[in-house]
Each structure stands twice: as C-alpha cells, then as structure tokens.
Design a protein around this ligand. Sequence first.
Ligand SMILES: Nc1ccn([C@@H]2O[C@H](COP(=O)(O)OP(=O)(O)OP(=O)(O)O)[C@@H](O)[C@H]2O)c(=O)n1
Length: 367
Amino acid sequence: MNIYLVGGAVRDKLLNLPVKDRDWVVVGATPDEMLAQGYKQVGADFPVFLHPQSHEEYALARTERKQGRGYHGFSVYSAPDVTLEDDLKRRDLTINAMAMADDGSVVDPFNGQQDLENRQLRHVSEAFAEDPLRILRAARFAARFHHLGFRVADDTMALMRSMVADGEVRDLVPERVWQEVQRALHEVTPVTFFEVLRKCGALRDLIPELADDEAAFETAMAALASAADQDLATECRCAALLHPLSPAQVLDRAAALKAPNDCRDLSRLVVELAPVTREPSLTSERVLELFNQADAWRRPERFGLLLETLACLPDGLDPDTRNKLEQAMEEARSVDARSLMAQGFKGKELGEAIGRERFRIIGRLFG
Ligand SMILES: Nc1ccn([C@@H]2O[C@H](COP(=O)(O)OP(=O)(O)OP(=O)(O)O)[C@@H](O)[C@H]2O)c(=O)n1
C-alpha cells in the first residue's frame, strides 16, 4: 500500500502556511489490511481509519458519484484498484487536489501548483457540480485567501452560476449551509465570501434581502468588515451582516439558515435597538428603556456584544456614547437590592425602588 498526504495540508504546506489537520489517502489497501495494522475504522459510508498513535485520518482511495438531487445520494467506490489520481479527481478545487509522497514529491495531475502560483481557485472537473456545497466552499476559500491575491477562476464562476440557476443551492441542507457561513464569518475577509455568493447568484437563495438591494448589501458588508477587523464573536458578525433587515426578516433568515439562538437573538436586538443609538441626544429614559429591552440586567455579557456590534454599523454607536452606556450599565447594575430591603422595601415596591435607583444613576451620565 502507498500512503500520501492530501488536500488542505498539501495546499497549506506549499503556501508556507501552518498546517492544521493532516489527511492521508491510502492506495492499494483493503479495510482488513488497515485493521490488521491497528487502524481504527470510523466513517460508515466510506472507509476512513484513524491512525493508532497520531489519530490522523487515513482514507482509502475512493471515487464518488452523485445519485439524484440534494446532498444525499453519493455512491462511493473504494477498492485497491482505485488510483491516487482517481481519488484526487473527485475533489473540489485544483489547489485542494494535490498529494505529497513520503519523499516530499508532489503528485499534481490537475495543475494545482500552477493555480497556486496564479492565485486561481479553479474546479478540478465537471464533478464539482455534483456537490452544491462546493459553491460555498469556493466562496469560503476566496474569503480565506483573498488577501494573498486569490480569485475564483472565470470558468469556475461560470460553472457556479449555472449550478445556482439549476436551483442547486436551494437543495442544500440548512445545517451544512450554516456550518459554511459560520466558518466564512471567521475567514480573513468574510466580506469576500458574500461578494462571491452574490456574483454567482447564490446569495439570492441564501439571504435574498441583501442580494436584491445594493444599499443594504453595501451597509451589511461595511458592518461585517468592521466586526471582523475587531475580531468580534460569531454572533456579532452575524448581527452585523443581518443588520439591514427588519426584525421579522431577521427571524425568517435565522430560521432558514438554522443559525443558533445566540446569533438570532443578538441579530434581532441589533436591528431593534440600532435606531435608539442614532438619536441625537439620548435621555436617561431612553437609556433605561434600552437596558430593559436588551434584558441587560440579566444578560450583561450579551449587552456588551450588542454595544460592540452597534459600534460597527455605519452611522452606528459613537465611542463616547458607547463608553457612557458601558459605564451607566456597570454602575446601574451594582444597585444593591439588599440595602433597599434593609430599608423595608419588598415585593413590587422593591422592584420599583431598584428601578428608581438605576434611573437616578443613569441620570448622572445622561440628561
Ligand atoms: N465538499 C467537499 C469537501 C472536501 N473536499 C476535499 O476534501 C479535502 C478535505 O476537506 P476539508 O477538511 O473540509 O478542507 P481542507 O481543504 O482541509 O481545508 P481546511 O483548511 O478548511 O480544513 C479538501 O481539501 C478537498 O480536497 C471536496 O473535494 N469537496
């Protein structure tokens, strides 16, 4: 049997980037031979094994063919006669379809090295179209490597467009879509991900509110770029992206994309509360309302994320107001219920006394 390093590890090595996961392909072996050597089989659909010591993934060389629509039916063929080239051919992009032997020599039947040099994200073969998730992957690699000069190759963009026109994106399982979106939000330039999706038409299927409205798209991208520059959390990036939508649209989009609840909730809050922070002079009444609406007393951390996100929006929260809001929140939160109880307040009166005290503190910072 012959073993080769494949996929992202080879690509990243050749780009002189740190290699995270190493995946291996095994050519000319049967599952029994692997088991006899101490590998542990994982994957029920196709033969993938974990190395007994390193626990890295070793997959038997395989071919795949799609059966029917959607991300379900793939028929996998794996046997000792499947060659390394067969296995590389089923992959998405040429830069991901190279292998490296023990001696460091690169096996590159689809000119991945040339595409690395020319900074091209190019599909390996027409089989790219068998897996519509690859549209999102191509956009994600564009977002990861844009700063190095990589672009989606013209013929690949054309293929992605025709896949979108065939309705392929609508067939994707939402969980898989969210997984790609979530990763994309943390690539070097997440904006590139959405630009590529817009260019190939996929954004219309995923976030139509941004695809059909130039101004909404631009403001979403400006906010997202700022959230990424400041290395904000996933939910802040998601909220920055969705901020041009209405509250009802945010809920629809979050449900359709199966975004987690913390992303959905922060996105909704940002949309609802953004207008408050744009008011020319914030009164203490408005600030108290803002704190209450954001449930800031019980969710101080989320309130912090809310302010961070609002500060990323074009015409968003200015640094002075943000500092004042943070200070007001910190001081108002420290209102001591016990000392009010000691003064004899209880039940409803206690709640009202806490509210008055908080309002008084906020009033010291806001008029
Ligand atoms: N839909 C997919 C998913 C994966 N692959 C192939 O499987 C390899 C491993 O996939 P994955 O670990 O998802 O990506 P990496 O390229 O390793 O990138 P990352 O750095 O994100 O791990 C890829 O390089 C690519 O050759 C593919 O062709 N089509």
